[in-house]
Design a protein around this ligand. Structure first.
Ligand code: ACO
Length: 430
């Protein structure tokens, strides 16, 4: 913390308040409002947290203006090129890249915790076959708090770490079971000789009646997508996990809340929404019409997969995925007219003054859906894939929150706009 401060002057009372400036290792300076209300009687209003830092974090850094994304200081482009999802998970959780021995033991630990309680099958059987997979994920992951609660002492760092590892390891097993439930096939147990994404593909697509070997191109593509989605600092779902976590709730309950938050089309649900939108647009010849709809303020239609709260230049993940999208479709021999449609839409929107002036660029979800589709993953499972990857970010942030000295229960204030004080009336007087 520096000795600098800002001074806020309050015209009504001729009063002023000094607020200390906090500087992180990178990023804009921030002034600390903690004492503002006590010393001035004022609150601040920042709907949607457009300019409010809710925590200190050493995990992920974004410079939205420059299109920079760093995990623990490492550029996402370098990780995408050289790392894999398990190593990236270790990095996010522990702060440093692992040595070979640390990597091997973390990888083994993840493999060891992939099984889930047999009773999960009974839970699953309670859902209709057509239940949305994200609805099932919210329910099933939340219910795991019941399996892993009494043993857990949140003040014990080893218990917290084990909860984090369990969540990362079990999430693909739960996700694949959700998928199997929706297609009416038997659940497939995790094959721990396979790597993280091969194991997921095996649990999703293997059937007892015939052999199945995961396609390495598909597994590698998934691994890349998972790395790119692993964390994104204080986005809506991560902030949800932190808010729930700040109450001391069970980590499975916190992550279940994060999944619920991720589901919305303005957040992780956008990858499913992008494909729905491409279906609706149907043909390249309709692009202009839909771009016009997106610009029309009286029309609720938005170009899904475009725009980002933080990135106002480009989303570095989208740049990586755009390239990967072409490569994966080529390698798998998939010729998808929706990719052509997406490219045309991107081309029109990037030249259109409305999108240029508002700095609306394709985000990570604009292309991820097309890759998932090429891998044979059904639309409704796209956000589930995102949840598997983001679990690493959620648990890393949850652990960090526990270990940060000034963490308090999250409790926003409000600007009250309801009726002023009034007296209760009997029915006869209303
Ligand atoms: N299509 C058309 N117009 C848009 C779009 C879009 N996709 N996104 C933003 N705008 C316009 C808004 O209408 C607004 O215009 P105005 O200033 O004239 O009122 C302006 O751009 C700013 O938009 P906001 O909604 O205020 O920006 P905000 O930061 O609150 O929202 C968000 C960001 C939610 C991502 C938004 O751009 C959006 O809805 N995009 C489509 C959904 C999407 O792709 N979400 C995925 C985000 S990435 C992720 O979660 C992994």
């Amino acid at each position: 913390m520096s000795n600098k401060h800002v001074t806020l002057n309050f015209p009504d009372s001729n009063q002023s308040v000094e607020l200390p400036i906090i500087t992180g290792s990178m990023g804009p300076p921030t002034f600390d409002l903690k004492t503002l209300h006590k010393n001035s009687g004022y609150f601040t209003y920042d709907s949607g947290f457009a300019a409010t830092a809710a925590c200190r974090s050493a995990i992920t850094f974004i410079d939205g203006g420059k299109g920079v994304l760093l995990y623990r200081g490492y550029p996402i482009e370098q990780l995408a090129q050289n790392s894999n999802f398990v190593e990236t998970s270790y990095l996010l959780l522990n702060g440093e890249l692992p040595t070979k021995d640390q990597y091997d033991s973390f990888d083994t630990e993840i493999r060891y915790h992939t099984m889930v309680h047999e009773k999960m099958k009974m839970l699953m059987s309670g859902f209709q076959y057509d239940a949305h997979p994200m609805a099932m994920m919210v329910g099933v992951v939340g219910s795991f708090a019941a399996f892993y609660h009494d043993w857990m002492d949140m003040s014990d760092p080893e218990h917290r770490r084990l909860a984090a590892v369990r969540l990362i390891a079990k999430m693909p097993t739960i996700a694949a079971s959700v998928y199997k439930n929706s297609v009416g096939q038997p659940f497939v147990y995790p094959r721990n000789d396979l790597n993280f994404t091969e194991r997921l593909l095996h649990m999703m697509y293997a059937v007892p009646s015939e052999p199945y070997e995961p396609n390495p191109v598909a597994a590698k593509a998934l691994d890349l997508l998972f790395m790119l989605h692993a964390d994104h600092e204080q986005n809506a779902s991560t902030s949800t996990v932190r808010l729930v976590g700040s109450t001391g709730a069970n980590p499975f309950a916190c992550v279940s809340a994060g999944i619920a938050s991720l589901w919305g089309p303005a957040h992780g649900g956008a990858n499913e929404a992008v494909l729905n939108m491409l279906d609706e647009i149907g043909d390249v010849s309709n692009c202009d019409k839909y771009v016009a709809k997106a610009k029309d303020k009286s029309d609720k239609f938005r170009l899904m997969g475009f725009g980002h709260r933080v990135y106002k230049n480009f989303d570095p993940r989208a740049t990586i995925i755009r390239k990967a999208c072409h490569e994966v479709l080529n390698e798998l021999g998939v010729n998808d007219p929706q990719l052509e449609l997406a490219m045309k839409l991107e081309e029109i929107a990037l030249k259109d003054p409305y999108f240029v002036e508002k700095k609306l660029y394709p985000n990570v979800d604009f292309y991820s859906g097309i890759i998932y589709k090429a891998l044979g993953i059904p639309k409704q499972m796209f956000t589930v894939m995102f949840a598997i990857a983001r679990t690493v970010g959620w648990v890393s942030q949850w652990l960090e929150q526990y270990e940060t000295a000034d963490t308090r229960i999250g409790r926003p204030r409000q600007v009250y706009t309801g009726p002023t004080t009034r007296d209760y009336k009997d029915f006869s007087d209303r």
